[in-house]
Design a protein around this ligand. Structure first.
Ligand SMILES: [Zn+2]
Length: 131
């Protein structure tokens, strides 16, 4: 799943403790904790693990969930697996390049996809357009 070739120890050295917990240990940040919830500028959201471009600002919307939400990822940017932890079956979303855990996708999003990508801001870096 991890195409970067990094082992767990390398990830742990490279990432902040919070990012390591979310990206590599399937953690979830507290609701409403991410400054990216309120990020409204035009730009791209990159994987905080490997820098892959994952979401564009045009697909971000206010879901009210407390986590940055998107209705679609960029093409081939993410992969999904079934997650049965916590007594629920959910669809887990991870970065297609480094395998870093991003969040979950739910079937209650807006048009045109009807999907809600509920993503940990901790797993993302925002790159404003033109920088
Ligand atoms: Zn990545």
């Amino acid at each position: 799943m991890d195409k970067t070739g990094k082992n767990d120890q390398q990830w742990q050295q490279e990432l902040s403790p919070e990012r390591y917990r979310v990206l590599r240990q399937h953690g979830t940040e507290p609701a409403s904790s991410s400054p990216l919830n309120h990020e409204k500028r035009t730009g791209e959201f990159l994987c905080a693990g490997c820098g892959a471009e994952l979401f564009q600002s045009g697909t971000k919307y206010e879901s009210g969930s407390g986590w940055p939400s998107f209705y679609a990822p960029m093409p081939d940017a993410v992969e999904t697996t079934s997650d049965t932890s916590d007594g629920m079956t959910r669809t887990e979303v991870h970065c297609a390049r480094c395998g870093g855990h991003l969040g979950h996708v739910f079937p209650d999003g807006p048009e045109p996809t009807g999907e809600r990508y509920c993503i940990n801001g901790t797993a993302l870096n925002f790159k404003p357009e033109g920088r």
